[in-house]
Design a protein. Sequence first.
Length: 138
Amino acid sequence: MRRAHGEKLQLCDSLEKIADALPGVDHLMCLSTANAILPLLRSIHQYEETVIFPAYEDAVVGSDANLASTRRLRAEHVEDECFAGEVTEILLAIGHGEPVENPEAIGFMLRGFFESMRRHIAFEREHVLPMIGIADAR
């Protein structure tokens, strides 16, 4: 999980750099980031849903509130992957030389995506990982 969180946070940092640079972006950075988003998220989400969340659910058996947390996190995975698809399309277009016609809107979109991922990671670090014996996942 430390590695997975680290990779997701590196992705967030790349997205933030792109958002900060708009409209003058590094086309290669847009392309490499776009190509990394969905494979990275799908891999990490699959790992969390098959390994981490079941371990967490076993650790908190009998607490409906905590089981609701994993249901919410799974739903966030679906939302994140849908949002990631939209972000990927935008970054690929920019990376291939499409003009950035509305940098404010694109920046807002990128920030919404990476801030949501950072909140997800923070929740896992504060609530999920300590319950399964991972005290500090940073």
